[in-house]
Design a protein around this ligand. Structure first.
Ligand SMILES: Nc1ncnc2c1ncn2[C@@H]1O[C@H](COP(=O)(O)OP(=O)(O)O)[C@@H](O)[C@H]1O
Ligand SMILES: [Mg+2]
Length: 224
């Protein structure tokens, strides 16, 4: 489903070149749960941002479901984000003035052909499954960190993304909430969801199906 071919990303900062990615070749199959590990600065977020069509490689190709995302203009890339991708982040990114339900419904606002009724049904079903149906009309400030991240996962899943991307999703959580979030990701994987997760925690990476290690923008070792 995902193919990366000789991917490079070079940043220019203060006249210096920073080689964040140095020739990444990677395949992720449909339904796979991949963890990306590596020290701080190894290129994990850069790689995830490219997978998320939030950034473009300097060189190389990114193919998602047969489409060359690396060659797309901004409009086409944002269409790919809305239709194929779901994101969760370390800091949840829920909007404080909206209720949980309204937050989960946000991705529908960016659809070219919104179907609010179907989206709301789906949001309620997701929140129910994630164990948050009793918090549906609450605001984010009234939720715990674990609840916030589960709401963020429901939001990421609203448009039934082919690929769920997670950048350190347990980085701000206590160990019990982190375990809940990882259990939920595993459950989604068992239901067929393709997931790419960035973490520097090896216990969390162990829950994934496959792990790759990045170092200085290169893939060091793959293990099943
Ligand atoms: N927007 C940017 N401009 C300049 N350098 C950047 C930018 N983003 C990341 N980098 C650099 O690229 C390298 C990889 O960063 P990053 O992908 O954030 O690593 P990680 O997520 O593994 O900590 C680091 O050296 C970082 O300083
Ligand atoms: Mg990072």
């Amino acid at each position: 489903m995902i193919r990366l071919e000789q991917l490079y990303k070079t940043y220019i900062q203060g006249g210096n070149e920073i080689h964040a990615l140095n020739g990444i070749d990677l395949k992720v199959g449909s339904g796979e749960f991949l963890a990306i590990m590596g020290a701080s600065g190894s290129g994990k977020s850069t790689l995830l941002n490219i997978l998320g069509a939030l950034d473009r490689p300097s060189q190389g190709r990114y193919i998602l479901s047969g489409q060359a995302v690396s060659e797309m203009d901004d409009d086409a890339a944002s269409d790919i984000r809305n239709r194929y991708l779901g994101f969760i982040f370390q800091s949840f990114h829920l909007l404080p003035r909206l209720t949980v339900l309204e937050n989960v419904l946000l991705p529908q606002r960016y659809c070219k052909t919104p179907d609010l009724e179907a989206a709301e049904d789906r949001a309620r079903t997701l929140l129910n499954r994630i164990g948050l149906s009793h918090r549906i009309d609450h605001r984010p400030t009234e939720l715990s960190g674990g609840q916030l991240q589960r709401a963020a996962i429901a939001r990421a899943l609203l448009n039934q993304p082919a690929l769920l991307l997670a950048d350190e999703p347990t980085g701000n959580l206590d160990s019990k909430s982190a375990a809940d979030v990882i259990a939920l990701l595993k459950e989604l994987h068992q239901d067929g969801q393709t997931i790419v997760l960035v973490t520097h925690d090896s216990h969390i990476a162990q829950q994934a199906q496959t792990t790759i290690h990045l170092s200085d923008g290169r893939i060091l070792a793959a293990q099943a």
